[in-house]
Design a protein around this ligand. Structure first.
Ligand code: SF4
Ligand code: SF4
Length: 351
């Protein structure tokens, strides 16, 4: 099932990571904000990375990327986990300030997670997992490490307030287990006197779970969690009934004040990742952005290092395409992306 343009753009809202405006560069000239020349030195590397440490998952949600085109079993991500030694090599001695532990799978299944948390804590790197975890399998050791190593924020994808409704989409998941894991994190936070990690309950809205939206908000509050809604981009699956649309829109607006369907939002929150928060796959392959389901950049960051990877000719060319300086190329996944196709139609590039 393909995403349509509108839902694709909305997916960007799910990502919720730093945008260019949040990186303190909004006063720069456009060409300075999104330069397309190769990086001259390590000092020009971005200070945020998105590293997909595990694309494997114990659940089987019908709309998961691995069940969707471009090909059965997913796109170029493949299934696997990044070992700590490779994570360490990628970060190296670069001045990385923030890492999003991306969630194409379930980060808690990576057996090296504690080493990763410990390493980042030592290097004063702020960790977040805002893409969404399912939270069904978290060992007590990992729960303690999340708090003790000061992970900043985690979003839990919980699309129901009862087991019956939750498990319609999160197939194989157990709501009680998830809630229990959240309570354990809260208990550890209280024990250590820490406010981190901040927890968010992320509720993807389907037709079948509209009835539990309010109850879920209440449960989140009781668990001291922020609450956010996200749109379902699995087109055609469990659509919202017409009679519920007005209620759903009201509920969303009441929380997501910055909610936007503008192409601008995609460009500056996802495509901008090529410049400011590039995504690296579990196997070291450079993906560029968080929703590149088409083609990676054919370069292994672990082998060649961050600077060389980000200077790969196809990556530089992708920046030129997104800036409107170069025509589409089949070597670049963006060519097949709805976001880029929108840019070509509208002439609104990343500038
Ligand atoms: S929890 Fe996320 S990664 Fe796991 S199957 Fe569901 S959508 Fe996919
Ligand atoms: S155009 Fe490229 S960088 Fe932008 S969202 Fe699509 S694949 Fe990602």
């Amino acid at each position: 099932m393909r995403m349509n343009r509108r839902n694709f753009i909305k997916t960007a809202g799910v990502v919720g990571v730093a945008c260019c405006g949040g990186l303190g560069c909004s006063n720069l000239l456009a060409s300075e904000k999104y330069p397309t020349a190769p990086l001259q030195s390590e000092s020009q590397l971005p200070d945020m990375l998105r590293i997909d440490i595990c694309t494997m998952c114990q659940l089987n949600c019908p709309g998961c990327w691995r069940n969707c085109p471009p090909k059965e079993g997913g796109g170029p991500q493949g299934l696997g986990m990044m070992p700590f030694k490779n994570f360490k090599k990628i970060v190296g001695s670069h001045d990385i300030k923030t890492i999003e532990l991306v969630a194409s799978g379930e980060i808690f299944l990576n057996p090296d997670l504690i080493d990763i948390l410990k390493f980042c804590h030592k290097k004063n790197i702020s960790l977040q997992a805002l893409g969404g975890v399912n939270g069904n399998t978290i060992s007590d050791e990992v729960i303690n490490a999340l708090v003790d190593y000061g992970v900043k924020e985690i979003a839990f994808s919980i699309d129901g307030a009862s087991q019956d409704v939750y498990s319609i989409y999160r197939r194989g998941g157990n709501l009680d287990t998830v809630i229990n894991n959240i309570k354990k994190i809260n208990a550890r936070k209280a024990e250590q006197g820490s406010e981190f990690p901040k927890l968010t309950w992320k509720y993807v809205i389907f037709g079948h779970n509209v009835c539990e939206m309010k109850k879920a908000r209440k449960m989140a509050k009781e668990l001291n969690m922020d609450f956010s809604y996200a749109d379902n981009w699995f087109v055609g699956y469990s659509p919202i009934a017409k009679k519920d649309l007005a209620f759903v829109e009201r509920e969303k607006r009441s929380l997501n004040e910055h909610y936007s369907t503008e192409v601008d939002f995609l460009r500056y929150n996802v495509c901008a990742g090529l410049w400011y928060f590039p995504q690296i796959n579990w196997n070291g392959r450079l993906m560029g952005c968080c929703i590149n389901y088409w083609k990676d950049f054919d370069v292994d960051v672990v082998k060649v290092g961050l600077l060389n990877a980000l200077n790969h000719p196809d990556y530089i060319y992708a920046k030129k395409m997104l800036s409107g300086e170069a025509p589409p190329s089949n070597n670049v996944g963006c060519t097949q992306c709805y976001g880029y196709q929108d840019m070509r139609k509208t002439g609104k590039y990343v500038t």
